[in-house]
Write a protein that binds this ligand. Structure first.
Ligand code: ADP
Length: 361
C-alpha cells in the first residue's frame, strides 16, 4: 500500500492531548492512505481511544498543528460535520428499532428520502451477511450479529474513514476470529480506510496493512505486521509483540547492522532492529522468538548455538512449548512435532537474522 500525498486520506501533525494535567497524547503524528487498514495497538492507557475519539471529533485536542481529512483541515470541525463514522465495542444500537431501522437511522437524520434509505440499508445489510435479518428486532440477535448491524449502520453513511474502537472485544474467541476475517474481507471489498483500535497483537497482525504501536501517549513504532513481528525496535515493542526470549546484553562488536553481543559470557550474533546504531559496550536487549529456535545436531548455517537441559514441556495440541536451561538462562522453544518426546539435553540453534538486537528500554 503506497502512502503518497495523492493517496493520503488522513494526516495528523503533532497532536497533544491532556485530561487536566496528565498528557494522554504527546505530539503524535499519523498518516493513512486511501483504502489502508491501520491499527492502533498498545496496552491499556496508552492513548489509543483518545486518538480515535479526537479523529472522530468527539474530543477536541489540546493542541494540534494540523488534522487533514480528505484534503480538509478538520481540527475545528465538530463530529457531526466530519465525514467519519465510529464503531464501538458496545454496539450502541437502539433496542426499540429493528435491524433495518437501526441501519437507516443516520440517513434519516440526514433527511435522505425513505425509499433511498431503505435501499441503501438493505444493500449494506447484504454486505455484512445480514440480508435476511432486516425486520428482526435487535433483541433477537447474537453479539456478532449486533456488531454487524453497528458496522452496517456506520458504513451506510459512506464515511471517508471508518474508526473502530475494539469492535470485537465483547465477542467470544471463536466468533472474534471469524469476525476478523469477515471485517477484513469487507474492508478489502469496499476499499475503505479503516483505523482500528485493539490491545491484541494477534488481532493487529491478522488484519492490518500497517500497525502503529503506542505506549504512554507516543507512537513508538510503525510498520507492517512482518516488521512488528520480526523487527521490533525496542524492548517494549519486542515484549508487547510477544518475543518470548528477551535478555540483557552488552555490544562487543558492530559492523553495519550486524552486531555481536555478550549475554552472560556467551557471544550471540544478530541484526540491529533499533533506530540509532549502538556503540561497543552499550547495554542492549537481545531477543529471539521461541518459534524461530530449533534443535540441531549439525551445522546448518546457524550462527548461534546453546547447549540446553530440558526443564519443562507443555503440550498445546498442535505444538509443544519447551524450556531449556542454558548458559544464558532459561530459553523457550516451540516444537511443531508435538507427538515426538523432547530429549533431556539438546543443542539449540538459530540464525543471526532471527536474533533481534534493540535498545533495552
Ligand atoms: P487506551 O485506549 O489506550 O486504553 P485511553 O486513550 O483511553 O487509552 O487513555 C489514555 C490516558 O488518558 C490514560 O491515562 C487514561 O486514564 C486517560 N483518560 C482517558 N480518558 C479520560 C477521561 N475522560 N478523563 C481523564 N483521563 C482520561
Amino acid at each position: 500500500m503506497t502512502n503518497t500525498t495523492k493517496d493520503r486520506i488522513l494526516e495528523v501533525k503533532t497532536l497533544w492531548h491532556s485530561y487536566g494535567l496528565a498528557p494522554a497524547l504527546r505530539g503524535v503524528d499519523l498518516k493513512a492512505a486511501r483504502g489502508e487498514f491501520v491499527t492502533l495497538l498498545g496496552p491499556s492507557g496508552s492513548g489509543k481511544s483518545t486518538l480515535l475519539r479526537i479523529l472522530a471529533g468527539l474530543e477536541l485536542p489540546t493542541k494540534v498543528d494540523a488534522m487533514i481529512l480528505d484534503g480538509q483541515d478538520v481540527s475545528a470541525i465538530p463530529a457531526n460535520r466530519r465525514n467519519v463514522s465510529t464503531v464501538f465495542q458496545h454496539y450502541g444500537l437502539f433496542p426499540h428499532l429493528n435491524v433495518r431501522e437501526n441501519v437507516e437511522y443516520g440517513l434519516r437524520a440526514r433527511k435522505v428520502p425513505a425509499a433511498e434509505r431503505r435501499e441503501k440499508a438493505l444493500r449494506m445489510l447484504d454486505q455484512v451477511q445480514l440480508g435476511g435479518f432486516a425486520e428482526r428486532p435487535i433483541s433477537r440477535l447474537s453479539g456478532g450479529q449486533k456488531q454487524r448491524v453497528a458496522i452496517a449502520r456506520s458504513l451506510v453513511l459512506e464515511p471517508v474513514i471508518l474508526l473502530l474502537d475494539e469492535p470485537l472485544g465483547a465477542l467470544d474467541e471463536k466468533l472474534r476470529i471469524d469476525m476478523q476475517v469477515e471485517l477484513l474481507e469487507l474492508q478489502r471489498r469496499l476499499q475503505m480506510t479503516f483505523i482500528y483500535v485493539t490491545h491484541s497483537q494477534e488481532e493487529a497482525l491478522t488484519m492490518s496493512d500497517r500497525i502503529l504501536l503506542m505506549n504512554d501517549g507516543n507512537i513508538v513504532q510503525t510498520g507492517t505486521p512482518e516488521d512488528m513481528f520480526d523487527r521490533p525496535n525496542s524492548r517494549f515493542s519486542a515484549s508487547f509483540m510477544g518475543v518470548e526470549n528477551l535478555l540483557d546484553a552488552k555490544v562487543t562488536a558492530i559492523n553495519g547492522k550486524t552486531a555481536t553481543v555478550d549475554v552472560n559470557g556467551t557471544l550471540i550474533e544478530g541484526l540491529w532492529t533499533g533506530t540509532d546504531l549502538p556503540a561497543v559496550d552499550d547495554t542492549v536487549c537481545c531477543g529471539f522468538r521461541s518459534e524461530r529456535v530449533h534443535l540441531s545436531n549439525e551445522e546448518n548455517g546457524e550462527t548461534n548455538h546453546l547447549e540446553g537441559r530440558l526443564t519443562s514441556h507443555i503440550y498445546k495440541g498442535k505444538y509443544l512449548d519447551l524450556t531449556y536451561q542454558t548458559a544464558i538462562g532459561p530459553i523457550r522453544m516451540r516444537s511443531w512435532q508435538s507427538n515426538v518426546a523432547p530429549t533431556e539435553t539438546a543443542r539449540i540453534a538459530w540464525r543471526k537474522d532471527q536474533t533481534i538486537l534493540c535498545p533495552s528500554t
